[in-house]
Ligand binder design. Structure first.
Ligand SMILES: *Cc1c(COP(=O)(O)O)cnc(C)c1O
Length: 366
């Protein structure tokens, strides 16, 4: 490959997009094919078994040429007929409530402070008020480093027949278990640029039979994100409209590599690398922004010691000296926290290298 600049750019330890493997870039350079034909359908079909294993489902996994928000908005437009309950605990989950209203839907929320997880009991209390047909939640709230109790919340939603559960797994899918069928989740969705470590531009998602049935009877669901169109095309190993074929080559390479690594090994690797970052956090007297028991395994959000620590200066110095990039906080906690990702392709060696670089630079910020 010539004319690529990725070796000069800083290595990304921001929580998305993350560092891309050279094999992934190479996969993307394969020749173009028409998407209404056998080669494309073979490519599509070849990715399905791995994706189904990653999402924990027997249902087809649809490929949407969009970022995650396309499918997040799509879920609202396809599924909400009466009222949606949005579980809000950070930038992405809070925004879903806003998006539901922008789609003209009735919406209510369970809201907790940023940095706190969603309490399944609060979900039960709210759903008991009645009138809801859909719940949205973010599994791993990338803005705060909180990983919610997916199984606990899914079990509560199951107690309410006719209420569908939509789960954003953008920064958790393939890094921790997501068992769609076992937990009875109705929609699992993810953009590919975070836990799946691909360039942005594609989203993967699966929907339950119940969600498909609901969608087929929901008016105003549009065309581009119409779940019924995705289903109709999926049975032919195809997509409703022209897909990002190059990203599908990348997805194929990634899913093959995940299968070769093994999901259990991949989960264990993420847990191990995350614990290395946590040890660094403790060593320097920082605190995790997320509470014990709810800390993400794919990124770490770190408190700035009540303003004592110069987040922006540290990040700038780290980039200048070592050409690596971490993140200085998102949304209303920008500057109050900083975030380090360990998701995707990182190894003990690459995380140890990062830790050495963090140690090297932090001496000037004490
Ligand atoms: C990044 C992120 C999104 C937004 O994805 P887009 O690619 O901007 O559409 C949504 N949810 C979570 C949890 C994220 O981390």
């Amino acid at each position: 490959m010539s004319a690529t600049n990725h070796t000069k750019l800083p290595k990304l330890f921001i929580p998305g997009p993350v560092d891309i493997a050279p094999e992934t870039y190479e996969a993307m350079c394969q020749g173009m094919i028409g998407h209404r034909g056998g080669d494309f359908e073979a490519l599509y079909a070849s990715i399905q078994p791995g994706l189904q294993q990653i999402l924990g489902t027997k249902r087809p996994v649809y490929l949407s040429t969009s970022s995650a928000w396309g499918v997040m908005e799509g879920a609202i437009r396809n599924l909400v007929q009466t009222k949606v309950l949005n579980l809000c605990c950070g930038a992405f989950s809070d925004k879903w409530y806003d998006v539901a209203q922008r789609c003209g839907k009735q919406a209510d929320k369970v809201q907790v402070e940023w940095g706190e997880p969603i309490d399944p009991e609060a979900v039960r209390a709210k759903l008991s008020e009645g009138g809801f047909d859909t719940v949205t939640m973010v599994h791993n709230e990338t803005s705060t480093g909180v990983m919610n109790d997916l199984a606990g919340i899914a079990a509560v939603v199951k107690e309410f027949p006719g209420v569908l559960l939509v789960v954003d797994t953008v920064s958790s899918l393939s890094a921790v278990p997501v068992e769609m069928d076992k937990l009875g989740i109705d929609v699992v969705l993810a953009g590919v640029q975070k836990a799946l470590a691909l360039p942005p531009g594609l989203a993967v998602f699966a929907i339950s039979e119940a969600a498909l049935e609901r969608a087929s009877q929901t008016e105003g669901r549009g065309y581009y994100f119409d779940f019924v169109e995705f289903e109709k095309n999926a049975v032919k190993n195809n997509t409703p409209s022209t897909p990002a074929v190059s990203l599908m080559y990348a997805l194929k390479q990634k899913v093959d590599s995940i299968m070769a690594e093994g999901l259990e090994a991949r989960f264990a690797r993420h847990a191990k690398l995350n614990s290395m970052i946590h040890a660094w956090v403790a060593k320097h007297g920082f605190k995790n922004f997320a509470p014990e028991g709810y800390q993400s395994k794919t990124l770490t959000a770190i408190d700035n010691k009540d303003g004592e620590f110069d987040v922006a200066g540290f990040i700038k110095a780290l980039r200048a000296k070592h050409n690596v990039l971490i993140n200085g906080g998102y949304g209303k906690i920008k500057g109050i926290t900083f975030r380090i990702s360990n998701m995707g392709n990182e190894t003990e060696q690459s995380i140890q290298e990062l830790i050495d670089q963090l140690d090297d630079v932090i001496v000037d910020f004490k």
